[in-house]
Ligand binder design. Sequence first.
Ligand code: 4AD
Ligand code: MG
Length: 446
Amino acid sequence: GLPRTMLRDIANVAAGTEVFITGWAHRVRHQSRIAFVVVRDGTGFVQVVFPGAIEAFHRETSLAIRAIVRSEPKAAVELQPAVELHVEEYSIIGNSDGDIENIITEDSSQDKKLDQRHLVIRGTNASSVLKTRHELLRAFREHFWGRDMIEVTPPTLVQTQCEGGSTLFDLMYYGEKAYLTQSSQLYLETCLTSMGDVYCILPSYRAEKSKTRRHLSEFTHVEAEYPNITFEDLLDRIENMIIDVVSIVVRRCGDLIAFVNPQQLKEGCDPKEPSSWKFMPKKPFRRLKYSDAIKFCNEHNILNPETGAAFQFGEDISDQPERAMVALIGECVLMTHFPAEMKSFYMSRDPADKTLTESVDVLMPGVGEIVGGSMRMWNYEELMGAYKKENLDPSTYYWYTEQRKYGSVPHGGFGLGLERLIVWLMNQDSVKDACLFPRYMGRCTP
Ligand code: 4AD
Ligand code: MG
């Protein structure tokens, strides 16, 4: 018979052509003796006209259809092209139960929608977010490949901590204590001497005890590590990566981003053109030292919600005040030089002030922190001192600390939370919306 046409290609088929498609009834509208059905096949959408009396079928019924392509400007709504298919013959592959119409509605609670996530992801919104997520992953890899970086796959079952004991998930590993990794950074550092610039894109796990719009228990961590760079080089690489990745994704699927996040698109502009987007980051990002951020908060009346008072040097600028600060600044921020007390044990000290670290957080409007990075202590004795100060037993880290014994070099890297980048890019309410099936405190299903 006729070869199958995928809906991603349907806009390019000449009017009058007969096509064969398969897909799911995305939306069904019955009129007297005629039905308009939007069909979805995973690659796209199209409006299909069923003439004459047809079986009444429900949303999500799977169909095989032979039809003639007609040009129809009025069909071009949402992500559908300006064509209409006129059915010549169809068959139902799989029926869809009528309760599909009532399981979830616009008004269903967040929790109910998450219970039904396997159905929600069929929606235009959720599937656009997930497809953009795919394009982001591809863009990150293209960016790293373009710089001849090597992708490695560190273990996620580990016996070391990277970002503090309080968010560790522990488990029994054949009778031994083990953890789910918080970050692949320490393992990336072991690769520098044999593979040079390396990266990985893997899940990281944090037992976050609070429910916020930006914390997951399992998130996708884009991490990179570079030998023989300076702190300035690191900041530069982070900036370049963000700008590059966002431009690539806009060119690939700006239409999907525009469907989900139309507010950021400049009036009447092409969504696949980076300059059409108000959010497009520009180089250089605003640089702000931690100490200047504290000053900024105090000058703009942003209080510390922990104390209800003005921020003191040394206090953590948490989610809410951080977002308030970036909202006022209105562009991407590279916040640097955090006090050592607030940050992880492995971060190298600022040569100009040893109480500070060569550390950076990238803050984006609407979300706050999306990247955390730093230069690493590369002197053996200094690192051992950091373990002591942190009260950490260095013996399980021998494979990490020994790097400093055999040809150590200055090095640094960063980690980016993919879901937070999506929340920013697509103006989502929460990182949960950026996951296929989110994991956070209180949810491990479906
Ligand atoms: O700032 P973090 O904790 O830094 C690290 O893990 C470093 N070891 C990374 C490195 O240098 N290779 O985490 C990095 C980023 C954060 O900026 C945030 O975007 C994301 O990971 N992240 C989370 N995303 C969702 N849910 C959570 N619970 C997250 N914790 C961190
Ligand atoms: Mg951080």
